[in-house]
Design a binder for this molecule. Structure first.
Ligand SMILES: Cc1cc2nc3c(=O)[nH]c(=O)nc-3n(C[C@H](O)[C@H](O)[C@H](O)COP(=O)(O)OP(=O)(O)OC[C@H]3O[C@@H](n4cnc5c(N)ncnc54)[C@H](O)[C@@H]3O)c2cc1C
Length: 443
């Protein structure tokens, strides 16, 4: 049975809360309002859509059920990658040469779009471009990274393959077989970023409401009408930017994704002598394991890392042993790890591991399917939605709208995905055992 999503009503303490800027303190919607564009969901996607639509001259209203950034946008790792999850040749095979290339180019441009927005709207969100490191735990992963590096290096992009010794120096760990460094990758404080986008949207003329859940969506006399607990909005165009937190506002939309809970952990500040040995170049990193494992350092010396825990149902206790054990193996210099706090957020997963924009009806679009990658992509897809509202032809879209596709037997999906996660954990463990049997680098 697919339970309703549950999470703290309040945004939990995250790595980003302290420096995330002040809450916006926006009011709830009451009474009847009208707009050209109504955005539902105040994450990066919704705030980007609201900002770009308002800048293009639309009268924009945005409704957020909780606080701006309350969803995945205020809880994520803040890694800003210049690519989707797929290799360029896979993208071309899937979308064709022209559309595929548009997507590759747009994803590559996305961190620059983020950087430009941050500069133009003076968003204080600890943005920097140290590059991103992806480390390989198997020879197969290493060779697929080498292919990716060849693709980009042959186009003159600042990417490089790191052999085992170079990877050890860059990461501060001789655990991996090698890695690649993509110098276009960036990092930021995602809560400060989404709040900054929301403030910029307000300055551009949009009206944003917090603690205002859209309860019902219908079309009446040519306008979309959205009911909220204390009011309603009539609009020509509606964007559903609710991603993993999608509810039953539009029949069947929620069944196109599986919302999977992801766990994030934060250590206490590390001792100086340990701190300087870990990711000394300041890059955030991931590795090639199937279960996500982002790692990054913060300016106060804390280490943030992804880990395991119950993927569905109410927020349960994290799986401490495998999570801490994994980190200790990568960075034995940490010694006894002292986690300070942890939090969770939902990712919208689907079978093709891709974002989708769906045209659900005339003037009604949804964007969802972050699959754990959305700081930069939600920014550009939000901009795409705004272009739609201003009449850009569908053929111009980076991600052309597609009909929504329900996941087969969606109500049975939780046990299936839980089983899949266990299988992935098993495969990862087998491969890791093999990796640990190979000789570590001797420095
Ligand atoms: C733990 C975690 C780590 C991640 N790490 C990274 C990373 O390092 N890099 C990266 O690129 N991506 C990462 N991601 C993915 C990234 O966070 C998401 O892709 C991105 O934030 C999605 O933004 P969004 O605006 O689409 O959705 P969200 O930020 O989830 O916003 C959806 C909003 O809709 C609101 N809502 C839902 N229903 C209604 C309703 N009926 N009425 C009004 N409002 C409603 C919700 O309250 C929510 O605030 C991570 C995700 C998680 C969960």
């Amino acid at each position: 049975m697919y339970l309703p999503l549950q999470d703290d009503e309040k945004l939990p303490r995250t790595a980003f809360t302290a420096k995330g800027g002040a809450e916006l303190g926006l009011s709830e919607l009451s009474g009847a309002q009208s707009a050209d564009v109504l955005v539902i969901g105040g994450g990066i996607g919704g705030c980007s859509a609201a900002l770009h639509a308002a800048e293009a001259g639309s009268k924009v209203i945005l409704l957020e059920a909780h606080k701006i950034g309350w969803g995945a946008s205020g809880r994520n790792g803040g890694h800003v990658a210049p690519a989707t999850k797929h290799d360029p040749d896979e993208i071309i095979a899937r979308y064709g040469t022209a559309a595929g290339q548009r997507l590759i180019d747009a994803a590559e441009e996305a961190p620059k779009v983020v950087a430009d927005l941050i500069a133009r709207h003076e968003i204080d969100c600890e943005f920097s471009v140290p590059g991103i490191v992806s480390a390989a735990h198997t020879p197969t992963a290493l060779s697929s990274m080498a292919k990716r590096v060849d693709y980009w290096a042959s186009r003159g992009r600042p990417v490089e393959m790191l052999d085992r010794r170079q990877a050890a120096a860059t990461i501060g760990s001789d655990y991996y077989l090698g890695a690649w460094l993509d110098r276009r990758g960036a990092k930021l404080n995602p809560l400060a970023y989404v709040r900054g986008l929301a403030s910029a949207a307000i300055k551009a003329g949009a009206t944003l409401y917090e603690n205002t859940k859209a309860l019902n969506l219908t079309k009446r006399t040519g306008k979309w009408v959205v009911k909220t607990p204390q009011g309603e909005v009539r609009a020509d165009t509606v964007f559903l930017c609710t991603n993993a937190y999608t509810d039953n506002l539009w029949p069947g939309l929620r069944q196109t994704i599986v919302s999977v809970r992801a766990f994030q952990f934060m250590t206490r500040p590390l001792r100086d002598n340990v701190l300087k040995t870990i990711l000394p170049g300041g890059q955030p990193m991931t590795d090639s394991r199937r279960l996500l494992s982002g790692i990054r350092l913060h300016s106060d010396g804390r280490l943030q890392f992804g880990g395991q825990g119950p993927a569905f149902g109410p927020q349960g206790e994290p799986a401490w042993r495998p999570t801490l054990g994994r980190l200790q193996k990568i960075f034995p210099q940490l010694g006894e790890i002292e986690p300070d706090f942890w939090w969770t957020g939902f990712m919208a997963m689907n079978s093709d591991n891709s974002w989708h924009i769906h045209e659900l009806s005339s003037g009604l679009l949804a964007m969802l399917g972050c699959n754990g990658r959305g700081v930069a992509l939600a920014t550009i897809y939000g901009r795409e939605l705004a272009r739609y509202a201003h009449g850009a032809p569908a053929s111009d879209f980076v991600l052309p709208p597609t009909p929504p596709r329900r996941i087969f037997a969606h109500s049975m999906v939780e046990p299936f995905v839980s089983g899949l996660i266990q299988y992935y954990a098993f495969r990862d463990a087998v491969e890791i055992r093999r990796l640990e049997r190979t000789n570590p680098v001797t420095s």
